[in-house]
Design a protein around this ligand. Structure first.
Ligand code: ZN
Ligand code: ZN
Length: 430
């Protein structure tokens, strides 16, 4: 690390290489950088000044410097550019990087080689540190936004192109955990581009480019993008329910990933209300919390049991005792399910084995043609096929055991389980 070297910058042995370097026409910064890892507690310009005094050398102004051609004289200006650019963003930690003209880096290498210097530091590294240090110094203490330099995963990476005084930033993505409930049928979880035009817009989709106008993703993401200033958002759900199924109970966990957010400090209670207002009455959210990136895989990888309420219609009336009997038979059984015919066009055709852990008859219509069941099973259990049998592709099934045609007319997810915000490593909230 520069500034933490060993040895003595006043060591007489440095006289010769320092004189050789100075004779090439260097500024104090560029002279000092030849010995950046000698001694500690000095800036490179201070090292340069000490060498000048000790060995009676001469340096140039940065503008006349053979190596940097004025670059090192513009640190204050570059600091102002970076500072002005960061001022539009809300964050805690940052790191400054620079793009330095390659010819500067080539010339300094040649100087080091000529004088045999080994304890050097590049102009790029000095600029990164000096600009960062100065910006940080101007943003600490009471009554200011506090900006702290952070090397390991800063909120903002600001990269200054020193030739054009242009700053590019990459803001670390923001991850917000939550649970959503879908109160109405007919809404997909994520955006569903029109199959006909693949999202560009056509007469079939009314120029929207979407198969469904609304999605949980859009309803949740729009207010979050507005609050954080992120231009995009990615929705990661803990599994998904069918478009025509509701998702009730405590809701389904999700993580919303917001790349490049302009504002990191969002009041999540305000955001929750904004989402619920915007999405009402279709969707509501709860338990919003800042989480780190790992929460995405934790939520997506959730494979817990799920509970459903299924409304079932029978082709012929079924007596109550028979319904109780087949409920008992299904509970605790393992079902072999071939990929349902309705999704076979987009999923591999194979047979999966899933446990039905609960099957409870909760209501039977008097005519025996309709009933409601609570069903609990392994993640990935296809409920509609468990009811209908899917022409023998699901076995056993409710229809098969009854020997009566049966189909699921309405499906609600009533419990998804899944990691809570606490499991998903909450980022400390301000
Ligand atoms: Zn210089
Ligand atoms: Zn279309």
């Amino acid at each position: 690390m520069p500034g933490a070297g060993v040895g003595d910058i006043r060591d007489p042995q440095l006289a010769e290489p320092a004189r050789e370097a100075a004779e090439l026409g260097l500024c104090e910064h560029c002279l000092g950088r030849c010995f950046a890892r000698v001694d500690f507690g000095y800036g490179n310009d201070e090292r340069g000044r000490i060498l000048v005094e000790e060995h009676d050398l001469e340096t140039t102004t940065p503008e006349e410097c053979h190596v940097c051609e004025g670059l090192m004289g513009r640190v204050d200006r570059m600091r102002d550019v970076v500072e002005a650019d960061l001022a539009g963003w809300a964050f805690d930690t940052f790191l400054v990087g620079t793009r330095v003209p390659p010819d500067v880096l080539e010339r300094e290498e040649m100087v080091w080689e000529a004088i045999g210097a080994e304890d050097t530091e590049s102009a790029k590294s000095e600029l990164n540190r000096e600009i960062g240090k100065q910006v940080e110094a101007r943003h600490s203490g009471i009554g200011r936004e506090n900006w702290t330099v952070e090397f390991d995963g800063p909120d903002v990476n600001a990269v200054l192109d020193t030739r054009f005084d242009h700053v590019d930033h990459v803001h670390k993505s923001l991850f917000i955990y939550g649970r959503y409930r879908k109160h109405v049928r007919g809404i997909p979880q994520t955006r569903w581009p029109c199959r006909n035009c693949r999202g560009t817009g056509c007469t079939e989709c009314g120029a929207s480019g979407l198969n469904y106008i609304l999605s949980v993703e859009d309803l949740v993401a729009a207010p979050a993008k507005q609050a954080t200033g992120a231009s995009e958002a990615t929705f990661h759900g803990a599994g998904r329910e069918d478009v025509d199924a509701r998702c009730l109970g405590s809701g389904r966990p999700f993580v919303l990933e917001l790349p490049d957010p302009r504002r990191r400090f969002v009041n999540l209670d305000v955001l929750r209300r904004a989402i619920t207002t915007c999405a009402a009455p279709a969707v509501s959210v709860s338990e919003l919390a800042f989480v780190d990136k790992d929460a995405v895989s934790e939520v997506k990888g959730h494979r817990g049991r799920k509970t459903y309420a299924a409304e079932v219609a029978f082709e012929d009336p079924v007596p109550t005792e028979t319904l109780f009997k087949v409920s008992d038979m299904l509970e605790g059984t393992q079902v072999a399910q071939r990929t349902p015919s309705r999704v076979a066009h987009r999923r591999a055709d194979k047979t999966r084995h899933r446990d039905v852990t609960r099957c409870l008859l909760v209501h039977r219509r008097d005519d025996g043609l309709q009933a409601r069941f609570l069903l609990q099973g392994d993640a990935g259990l296809y409920i509609k096929e468990l009811v209908s049998g899917d022409e023998g592709r699901s076995d056993p099934s409710l229809a098969g055991l009854l020997d009566v045609g049966a189909r699921c007319t309405a499906l609600d997810v009533v419990d998804v389980g899944g990691p809570s915000a606490l499991d998903a490593t909450i980022r400390a909230e301000e």
